[in-house]
Structure formats: C-alpha cells, structure tokens
Ligand binder design. Sequence first.
Ligand code: BMA
Length: 311
Amino acid sequence: MTRHLYPFKRYSGNPILTRQDVPYPCNTVFNAAACKFNGQYVLILRIEDLKGRSHLTLGFSDDGYHFDICDAPWICPSSDPKYEVYERYGVEDPRVTRIGEFYYITYTAYGPYGPRVGIGRTADFKHFERLCLATEVDNKDAVLFPEKIGGTYVMLDRPSGSGFREGSIWIAYSPDLIFWGKATAILAPEPGWANSKLGVSTPPLKTDQGWLVLYHGVRETGGGNLYRIGAMLLDTQNPQQVVGYSSHFIFGPEDTYERIGDVPNVVFPCGIILEDDETVKIYYGAADTCIGLAEAKLADILGLCTVTKNP
Ligand code: BMA
C-alpha cells in the first residue's frame, strides 16, 4: 500500500553528488537535467559559485549512478548584449529534451528584471547555441515536449500569476521554438499539500496513457516552504487537456540531506530517464545543496494520476 502511494525508492548511495565532487570551488551542486547521449548518462548540473550565482556544468556516467563532473563550467551567463542583462545573476534549473538530432536545454535566465526562460541547443554536449529568451519575466520551470504535436512545438512553463492562482502550470505553442503563443493555464494550486505554487519539474515522457509530467508543489508553512512532487498525465494529441493528476504528493523530503541544507525541505527533480520502458529514474536537487537519485515503476506512477478536476 505504502509503495503504491509513494512509488519512488531512493538510491542507497544518495546523495550521488555533493560539492566535494565538483573539481573546482563552489557552494552547492543541485537541480540537474538528465539524458542519455552516446551510451552515457549526462547530467547538466546547476552549480552555485562562491558568490552565490549559478552556472551549468556537465557530468558524465557509464552507469547512471556514479558521475564525473567536468573541470570547467559549460553554460555561463552570456556576455552577448541580447542576453547579458537577463542572465546577469545566473543561469539556473536546466531541463533537457531531445528533438531529432538536437538536445534542447530550457533554463532559467536570472537578472535584474527577474527570471525568464531561455532555450538553447547542442548536438554534441560541447558546443552550446542559444536560440532565444522564450518568455518575459516572471517565468521559469519550462520544459519542451520531445516532438511536435499537431504540427507545432509545445512547452510547459510557470508564469508567476497573482493571488491564489499565483504559480500555475501553463502550456504554450510555437512554430519554430522562438515565437510562443496561445498560452493556456492547465494546472493550478489548490488548498492542501501544494497550496502555494506549482511548477513543472521534468520534461514530458510519452507513455501509452498520455504524457507523464512530474511537477513540484509548494506548501507554505510557518517553518518555510516545503517542495514536494506530484504527477500528471496530459492527453497525447491535445496536451493542454489534463487526463489526471495525483491526489497527493508522491515524493517529498524525508532524508537528512533533503531536510537540511541551504534551503531546507526541498526535493527538486529536473532530470528524468525512462529505462527499458519500465523504470523511471529521477535526478533531484536536495535542499538546494546536493543531488539525489530515486527510482519508481512507471506503472505505479501512472496509476496515481486519477484526479480530473482542475483548474
Ligand atoms: C525555486 C527555484 C529552485 C529552487 C527552489 C527551492 O523557486 O529557485 O531553483 O530549488 O526554489 O529553493
């Protein structure tokens, strides 16, 4: 019963990465995108430097559990005048989606105007090409679908909104990954475990029941925010239709490295990998300080996406 309600099992070697594993001085290594490339596992790691600003660095692994982190940052705030002011305070919280030969990376560009979504791409995990800043401020937690749907590219994101519907999950469409429109709200906070904000965590996984998307829900408490994870299923052909979402959080901070750190009580997956069409691995930032790994059966997660009334 418990396993059914809380399908994820933590890797026994957690946390899999801490700042001790980073080959240069830094404060923390946490929210990381994940994918497979050339037979290896790749993590695009958010590293916060000693000044408190973030950049992205690559980590590689043969088995998905033991990663080597590169000696130097990969994506740093841009000096290109088109981007400079918007990335001045850091690049954060990457997600990666393979579309054809390219791996597209969505990230939070953070600058004096606030956070907004950047999109870039790579074909080789060496050269990184920025495509655009896809949204205005205040927006973050963007993920791309791995294929065009109805002839257009599709993105989920999280404009900040206001009032009780502050921090809802929205969908947008684009002919070319640059110009985005037809924005529509698809899932909003509700009283309960995620009463304050929602944001997409991991890029959509195509399943025979629809697109599986993990999202984080924030509960405001007297002791600070709690970041926990829910699951939702979106219709395969019409992804703005929520087929169902979980009635409760399916993963949350429990272990010490998730409870204690720079920001306590946070699990924040940005990376998801499906193994053998059966097992889901998530790579998650823990307490904004280190990285954990947990695994669940895909069928167990899908079985929890049963609620149908929102927004
Ligand atoms: C969110 C983002 C994440 C962070 C989380 C918890 O708003 O900034 O990068 O992990 O808060 O602090």
